[in-house]
Design a protein around this ligand. Structure first.
Ligand code: G4P
Length: 560
């Protein structure tokens, strides 16, 4: 019989947890669907799109999003592929995406980047890649829509290298594009796969495989394109960077595939390589207060919380997925679509050990025990009750607002996982309440909505204003609609002079006190009581940074 530890290690080794990221319309939904199709998780293309539409129809504020043809939710899909168990985390596709999108990237071990060959790198992709870079997340790239006219492969790769600061190493190479797209050449196996358009279901093995660039049938099948292909191959051999698995895992290189998701072309190669190369669940840093003595009367979690705000960090260690004790961290909260119940789903990434239904775990922020009877796993098509889950898996914990982003659950050790930060918002609005008698409801509504993590709430030190900050402006509309819908609060917005927000930490008490005096009018507390500087302009921020070199102006803040 296989021992528990061996089983744990085996389950970890076969898991891949990744996010799929792209600019809207690059083909993320289409590719996701094809991955699910090849994994056997769905039987027909169109299912993911249909599900997206159905999900949008379930509440009023979601209807608002549907009208704009966008999705601001992030979904999680679990499916099997061969011997692998895959957790795919989708990211919202519109430019009005939210902080959630960034945070999803903190819950994965790798990412798949989809680029439209005609458009190259676009703004949203850059922002998401910044987060990947912060964490050195390995990235695999799929250049899509080769069946359309686009940039040359070298142009797209140069664009990726310039904008995303990562070396591109092609593993396949396209022959032609648009109406003259003939197929892709696999640079590792020296095989040519000829393109055939297939919009529907699972791909059948009808490809013609030619071996090597000297194969005389190359000219027969490709005509003039064979000459160009041979030139390209020679150039790649001479000037191309060799692929290194270590460099991919260190996020220094991205392996590149070319294809056409809608035509099922190039997807299987991508998926096969992905499951082979992408990292299994990785260790994660956590504050472990048990490593130092607690002061009298202090609980481990209090110590961890105090520490999050202090400049004197507690010992942090890497929690390895193969540690026997179960641990997990919440990276996302989503309001349930059923507004009558106002319940929420908290998304937990299992970080170590095995989860089994009904197990009792400690919710360390509150110190309460939690019976995980109702945990849900997100299958490709349905949610279903989860019997067991392993490191890398994502499970949903239904709750009524007791769980917050960044919360850690373990069997007993009072860990506090780090690396699930808040990101500095880029857009700001001052909330205007139309009925002054509803101030209490407004406050409650804003606090609860801020806890879900889509917007941040700032309270200036000098007045009672509510300043909302968001990463994408759509969130502002969602908040007003939800305040009306769920809290019966009629509110609107006024412009604010805030240009950007930075969390401030003083490394020198005298200088920090002076800073706080000088900038008192522009200081605010966020929903967790952390001090932030709401800078009215970029140059004011710059001058504050120059004037107070011992004050740190942070673009992210660890959630306590
Ligand atoms: P997104 O999730 O990244 O926003 O993109 P999505 O998959 O929805 O794809 C955006 C559009 O690009 C869709 O067309 C889709 O059919 C098309 N597309 C995806 N992959 C390919 C490809 O390999 N080649 C070509 N030519 N088109 C592709 P649409 O007209 O917006 O939607 P639909 O009516 O096809 O559903």
């Amino acid at each position: 019989m296989i021992s528990d530890q061996k089983l744990l290690e085996k389950e970890i080794a076969r898991r891949r947890t990744f996010a799929i990221i792209s600019h809207p319309d690059a083909g993320k939904t289409t590719l996701t669907e094809k991955l699910l199709l090849f994994g056997g998780a769905i039987q027909m293309a169109g299912t993911v799109k249909a599900r997206k539409a159905a999900r949008h129809a379930t509440s009023d504020w979601m209807a608002m999003e549907r009208e704009r043809g966008i999705s601001v939710t992030t979904s999680v899909m679990h499916f099997s592929y061969g011997d692998c168990e895959i957790n795919l985390l989708d990211t919202p596709g519109h430019q009005d995406f939210s902080e959630d999108t960034y945070r999803v990237l903190t819950a994965v071990d790798s990412a798949l980047l989809v680029i439209d060959s005609a458009k190259g790198v676009e703004t949203q992709t850059k922002k998401l890649m910044d987060v990947c870079r912060m964490r050195s997340t390995p990235i695999m790239t799929f250049i899509n829509k080769l069946d359309r006219e686009g940039l040359t492969p070298l142009e797209v790769m140069a664009d990726i290298e310039d904008h995303l600061g990562i070396a591109c190493v092609p593993l396949t190479w396209p022959v032609g594009m648009g109406s003259s797209f003939k197929g892709v050449y696999d640079l590792r196996t020296d095989e040519l796969r000829l393109f055939s358009a297939q919009h529907g279901g699972r791909r059948v093995e009808d490809k013609v495989v030619l071996k090597g660039s000297d194969d005389p049938r190359l000219d027969e099948y490709l005509g003039d394109a064979a000459v160009k292909l041979r030139e390209d191959l020679e150039l790649l051999l001479m000037a191309g960077t060799p692929f290194s698995l270590e460099k991919y895992l260190a996020a220094e290189q991205t392996p590149v595939f070319f294809g056409s998701a809608i035509n099922n072309f190039g997807v299987q190669e991508l998926l096969d390589t992905f499951v082979r190369m992408a990292p299994a669940p990785q260790p994660r840093p956590a504050i472990d207060p048990s490593l130092t003595a607690l002061t009298a009367g202090q609980t481990g979690v209090q110590k961890a919380q105090d520490n999050a705000q202090s400049a004197d960090p507690l010992p942090t260690r890497l929690v390895h997925p193969a540690e026997a004790e179960f641990s997990g961290v919440i990276f996302k909260i989503q309001a349930n679509m059923d507004k009558a119940h106002r319940d929420r789903m908290a998304f937990l990434r299992v970080c170590s050990g095995c989860f089994s239904r009904g197990m009792k775990v400690r919710h360390h922020r509150t110190g309460k025990d939690f019976n995980l009877n109702n945990a849900t796993i997100f299958m490709a098509q349905d949610r279903s009750g989860v019997e067991e889950a392993w490191p890398g898996d994502i499970i949903g914990l239904p709750n009524h607002g007791t769980i917050k982003i960044g919360d850690t659950f373990t069997e007993k050790t009072p860990l506090k996982f780090t690396g699930i930060p808040s990101f500095a918002p880029e857009h700001f609005r001052r909330v205007r309440l139309r009925d002054p008698l509803k101030n209490k409801q407004l406050r409650k509504g804003l606090e609860q909505l801020a806890e879900e993590g889509a917007v941040q709430l700032f309270r200036p030190l000098i007045n009672n204003d509510y300043i909302l900050g968001a990463v994408g402006v759509l969130q502002f509309e969602v908040i007003i609609a939800r305040l009306a819908d769920e809290y019966s609060v009629d509110a609107g917005y006024e412009a604010t002079s805030t240009h950007c927000a930075r969390w401030v930490i003083g490394n020198d008490k005298a200088q920090f006190d002076d800073f706080k005096d000088y900038y008192n009018n522009d200081l605010a507390l966020d929903a967790e009581g952390a001090l932030a500087y709401l800078a009215p302009s970029p140059w004011k921020l710059e001058s504050a940074q120059e004037r107070y070199p011992k004050v740190e102006f942070r673009t992210t803040r660890e959630i306590s």
